[in-house]
Design a protein around this ligand. Structure first.
Ligand code: GLN
Length: 467
């Protein structure tokens, strides 16, 4: 199991920095995790001291890091360099950690494969013909290859947890608002959270303590109650785990691993209770209605005028905007903007958007009910393991339907952790634990004990001396 100690001080020593760069340069061409890689630049912005001194980490290209590009995987932001740094990143830099680069992603976070990136594709470290997942695919792949011990991502509907499951690592989606969104480019603001991809539970929990907390620059950020922070020696003990049951439509390998995971948890002394999430069939439709509506508003700012991609020629300002947007956005983004404006158009709001909001409230209430019966919930992350690139994989619609397990936590605002649960057919499988708001500690508690029996797997491409 990888430990943080080997990474500490790594980049502070020029000789180690060179060894590190050489390692990344041998692995990266096969994987395509990074859109930009420049640890030396990262060093200039980090504190020379602190508990994370010289520890490399990667940042999804949807989070601002001063001096690095910020493209969100989109052509419309081609060449844009960020003039400021996101709060979550800054907190890690203040603790001494070093940004080594920006990772590949689905355009604006829209997708589950990282293949909607305008720039490149990211390959799964376990099988290069398969996707790393998305939208934080580059971050998850970088961790799985041992290029970094952890990476930041964003999770609007599963984008940290699903790639984590595909790559055999941990993926945390914190409680909504607990991590500042300042510097996170908005996709769907009521669902977006900054998340963590990491190689161990310990690293996930440790980085969470570094990035959380209220921030004056994000009015929606909150200070979690101290009581809930029992990371170190938590007082609350998980006893009952609710397991989502019913006809879940899982691939055979995922189904098998789901059963085994429940048995392992039972053998650890947990009471396993089947729970039914009565709103399950609504998660994906409600998520996509709300996410697209918010995205259509958030993405209105890309006009080609103030920054990013600008067309060669236009007769007038109106044509400039039209050209910038039609040439700058990819198909998936355009589809979502169109559908988003459709559900928001006057006279129809009640039929789609308002209705989705009402169902969202019912989803929250349903979780409140379940958390009266159990301490945490176990559920699948995705019905399949990492799928193939291109036509042999899942089409965009199938990918959306498959978001039915992850989107729940975003709609309810609750924390969720995707953890590796062994291999099936040579590929990793991951499941997720969900907890009530602010109860991240319960997720770490269970995942830590599970890892004692089923340690996280090591990808064949991971020959890192540090992990
Ligand atoms: N796959 C989901 C989507 O395409 C999740 C994306 C995300 O969490 N950013 O919207």
């Amino acid at each position: 199991m990888s430990s943080m100690t080997r990474w500490i001080g790594l980049l502070s020593d020029p000789k180690n920095l060179e060894t590190y760069q050489r390692y990344v340069e041998t692995i990266e061409p096969k994987i395509g995790a990074f859109l930009e890689f420049d640890p030396r630049r990262g060093l200039t912005e980090s504190s020379a001291e602190g508990p994370l001194k010289g520890v490399p980490f990667a940042v999804k290209d949807i989070l601002a890091v001063k001096g690095f590009r910020l493209t969100c995987g989109s052509r419309i932001l081609e060449g844009f360099v960020s003039p400021y740094t996101a709060t979550a990143v800054e907190k890690l830099q203040q603790a001494g950690a070093v940004v080594v680069g920006k990772t590949n992603m689905d355009e604006f976070g829209m997708g589950s494969s990282s293949d909607t990136s305008f720039y490149k594709r990211t390959n799964n470290p376990w099988d290069l013909d398969r996707v790393a997942g998305g939208s934080s695919g580059g971050s998850a792949a970088a961790v799985a290859c041992g290029l970094v011990p952890f990476a930041l991502g964003s999770d609007t509907g599963g984008s940290v947890r699903q790639p984590a499951a595909f790559c055999g690592i941990y993926g945390l989606k914190p409680t909504y608002g607990v991590v500042s969104r300042y510097g996170l480019v908005a996709y769907a603001s009521s669902l977006d959270v900054v998340g963590i991809c990491a190689s161990t539970v310990e690293i996930t929990a440790e980085m969470f303590t570094h990035i959380r907390g209220k921030d004056d620059r994000d009015q929606t950020s909150v200070e979690p109650p101290v009581k809930a922070w029992g990371n170190e020696g938590a007082e609350r003990q998980v006893r009952r785990i609710g397991v989502v049951t019913g006809n879940l439509g899982l691939e055979a390998g995922v189904e098998r691993a789901y059963k085994t995971t429940q048995e392992v948890l039972r053998s650890l002394g947990y009471e396993i209770e089947p729970v039914e999430l009565s709103m399950l069939e609504y998660y994906a439709p409600v998520y996509y209605t709300i996410a697209m509506a918010e995205a259509s508003a958030n993405l209105a700012r890309y006009t080609g005028i103030r920054y990013g991609y600008r067309p060669e020629y236009a007769e007038n300002p109106e044509e400039l905007v039209r050209k910038a947007r039609s040439e700058g956005f990819g198909d998936e983004v355009k589809l979502r903007i169109l559908l988003g404006t459709y559900v928001l158009r006057s006279g129809f709001q009640d039929q789609y958007y308002q209705r989705a909001q009402r169902i969202r409230t019912a989803i929250r209430k349903d979780f409140d009910r379940v958390f009266h019966e159990v301490d945490v919930i176990l559920s699948p992350v995705f019905p399949t393991q990492a799928f193939r690139h291109g036509a042999e994989g899942l089409d965009p619609f199938q990918q959306k339907v498959a978001d039915r397990f992850t989107t729940a936590a975003n709609l309810a605002g609750i924390p969720a952790l995707s953890f590796p649960a062994g291999l099936e057919g040579g590929l990793p499988v991951g499941f997720q634990l969900m907890a009530p708001v602010f109860a991240e500690d319960l997720l770490f508690q269970v995942a830590r004990r599970f890892a004692g029996v089923v340690p996280p797997p090591k990808a064949p491409t991971n020959t890192s001396p540090w992990s």
